[in-house]
Design a protein around this ligand. Structure first.
Ligand SMILES: [Zn+2]
Length: 295
C-alpha cells in the first residue's frame, strides 16, 4: 500500500480528494471499507478521542491493519481532534497514519507552541505520520444542533495560515473557510446547505502549499465541495451524515423486525445504509475536478 503522503499527492494531481469518515464501531468501519472497495478508491478512517475511547485506540489500529491486509483496499487511519500530547503519543505508538492535533481553542501563540511540540513528539516516534494542525473556529460536535451554533464569520486568513504552518512544521492544515461541525435539522432534511468560501481556500493554499483538510463536510453544497477540491482541499471529513444514517437505519431495523434479537441480522442493513452515504461522498470527491490544461 502506498504511503498516505503519496496518495494525497496523487489525488491532488488528479483533482480529487480523500474522503474521511469517522467510525466508533465495527458497523461504521465495515461500511467505509465496503464502499471504498466497491468504488476502488482510497479512504481515510478517522476516530476522535471519544470514538477512540469507545473502540479502543490500539484495538482500532489492529482491526484496520488486519482489514487492509486481508482486503486490497487502501484505507488509512487518522486520530481525529486530539487535544493533548498524551493522546497524540498514544495514537502514534498504536500505529495511526495521521494525527490531528487540535489546540485551536487556545490563543494563537499557545496553539502554535503546543502544536509544534506535538509535531516533534509524533515525528520522533514515526516520521512518516502526517500531523495536522488547526486554526480558527469551526464549532464542536458532529451531531444535530438545535440552531447553528453561531455565525462563523472569523475565517482563517492566508497570513495566519502561513505563519502557523511555518512555525509548527505541520504537514496538513485545517482552516476555517465557512465549514462547521455538525448539522442543523434543516440540513438533515436537505432544505439548507453549508456554503464555503472557495476564494479563501485558494488563497490559503497559495500561502501555505501544504495539504488542506475540510472538517465538518456533512451537509455542504455539492458544487462548493467540487470547487473546494479544485481550490486545494485534499481531505474532506464526513461524520454527522454517517451518524444520521446509522441511527435511522437502526430504528428502521427495530421497526421492521420487532422480535429479532440476532445482532448481525439487525445490524447488516445498518452497514448497507451507512455504506450508501459513504459511496455517494466518495463518488463526488473522486469525480476528478481538475481544470488544468496539463492533462
Ligand atoms: Zn473535525
Amino acid at each position: 500500500m502506498d504511503a498516505l503522503r503519496n496518495v494525497l499527492t496523487r489525488l491532488e494531481n488528479e483533482g480529487a480528494a480523500l474522503g474521511h469518515f469517522n467510525v466508533s464501531d465495527l458497523v461504521l468501519l465495515k461500511a467505509v471499507l465496503a464502499a471504498a472497495g466497491e468504488i476502488g478508491v482510497p479512504a481515510f478512517v478517522g476516530a476522535s478521542e471519544g470514538e477512540r475511547d469507545f473502540f479502543g485506540t490500539r484495538q482500532l489500529a489492529v482491526v484496520v491493519n488486519s482489514l487492509r491486509e486481508e482486503f486490497d483496499v487502501p484505507i488509512f487511519l487518522n486520530a481525529d481532534h486530539t487535544h493533548s500530547l498524551v493522546k497524540a503519543i498514544e495514537a502514534a505508538k498504536a500505529g495511526f497514519d495521521a494525527i490531528v492535533v487540535d489546540f485551536s481553542a487556545l490563543p494563537f501563540e499557545q496553539n502554535v507552541s503546543n502544536t509544534k511540540d506535538a509535531v516533534e513528539a509524533i515525528k520522533a516516534i514515526n516520521p512518516a505520520i502526517l500531523v495536522e494542525g488547526e486554526i480558527g473556529d469551526i464549532g464542536t460536535g458532529s451531531e444535530i444542533h438545535e440552531t447553528a451554533q453561531r455565525e462563523f464569520k472569523s475565517l482563517t486568513t492566508p497570513e495566519e495560515a502561513s505563519r502557523f504552518v511555518q512555525s509548527t512544521g505541520i504537514d496538513v492544515l485545517a482552516p476555517a473557510v465557512g465549514n462547521m461541525h455538525g448539522m442543523v435539522e434543516s440540513m438533515v432534511q436537505g432544505k439548507t446547505k453549508k456554503r464555503l468560501d472557495v476564494e479563501r481556500i485558494a488563497q490559503i493554499k497559495k500561502a501555505t502549499r501544504v495539504f488542506l483538510t475540510l472538517h465538518g463536510g456533512s451537509g455542504t453544497n455539492d458544487d462548493d465541495l467540487r470547487k473546494a477540491i479544485n481550490a486545494g482541499i485534499n481531505i474532506i471529513h464526513i461524520n454527522t451524515e454517517l451518524r444520521v444514517a446509522w441511527r435511522r437505519s437502526l430504528e428502521g431495523s427495530f421497526v421492521a423486525e420487532p422480535n429479532e434479537v440476532v445482532p448481525y441480522k439487525i445490524l447488516r442493513p445498518v452497514v448497507d445504509s451507512v455504506a450508501e452515504v459513504v459511496r455517494s461522498r466518495l463518488r463526488l470527491f473522486n469525480e476528478k475536478h481538475t481544470t488544468t490544461s496539463a492533462a
